[in-house]
Design a protein around this ligand. Sequence first.
Ligand code: F6P
Length: 319
Amino acid sequence: VKKIAVLTSGGDSQGMNAAVRAVVRSGLYHGLEVFAVQRGYAGLINDDIREMDLRSVGDIIQRGGTILQSARCKEFMSPEGQQLGADNLRKRGIDGIVVIGGDGSYQGANKLSKLGIKTMGIPGTIDNDIPFTDITIGFDTAVSIVVDAINKLRDTMSSHERSSVVEVMGRHCGDIALYAGLASGAETILVPEVPYDLNEIAARMATNFSQGKRHSIIVVAEGAGKGEDIAAEIMRRNSIEARVTVLGHIQRGGAPTHNDRILASNLGDFAVRKLIEGDSGKSCGIIKGELVATDINTVVNSKKQFNMELYELAKRLSQ
Ligand code: F6P
């Protein structure tokens, strides 16, 4: 490849900017011409493409969001939209692209690859729901935001002997709830991957309070239920006052942690090197510290395995 493009797509995540920077700087370092597509696949269809230089990605490694902006684009799901996108790249001589995003973005990357554009995917999502990588870009930051919020909630819940139900993002994946719940010492973690029994949770809370506990934190992944419903159901079963906090898009903003910046830098550079080698149709990831490229087809057709051992550990430690 001689000319490559980069785009960010789907829900943004902290560290996407660091990944864009890595793709641009690594591409230029290796003598490629590098272009950026604005607003994800929508920009590909609308031909919103510009050439990047070293300075275009200055001062962004520390910023949340994405300077390339992001969109969820329906038109790109049609074969006509995909062809138009590929044609807009080809007319500039762009023969490779790096797509930074989650599973929806990967479907688009897969299509571009089938249309002959050399394509690499980088997992950028707070959800940590992409298989064949231990972690996705943004997850570490999102978890640290949730942990910080729970620390604060714990203070006020203790003062008032209340219980706090904290609803977190993650779509169909319970990882944000699990990791943040374990790291903040939450009493209960509800995830879509494991069935739960509200009778048992309410009874355990009542026993804990009667034995001197002054607060209770329940973290619920959005895929496992609505915080409001869980709180109402628990209050119906015991008399402990429950308050609900829905953290929402707060989890997707702010400066990325150093872990996310380093992960993004590694994956961005790796994706460019893979394109230079002539590779295509792969998702870049990191498994046990090693950079790996896995067939996107395999990635989009597999399900991320839930870390049951960590879930059991959180349970054991939360009595
Ligand atoms: O995929 C990232 C994510 O933040 C999910 O956790 C959440 O379910 C969804 O995006 C929210 O989407 P939107 O930004 O469109 O409200």
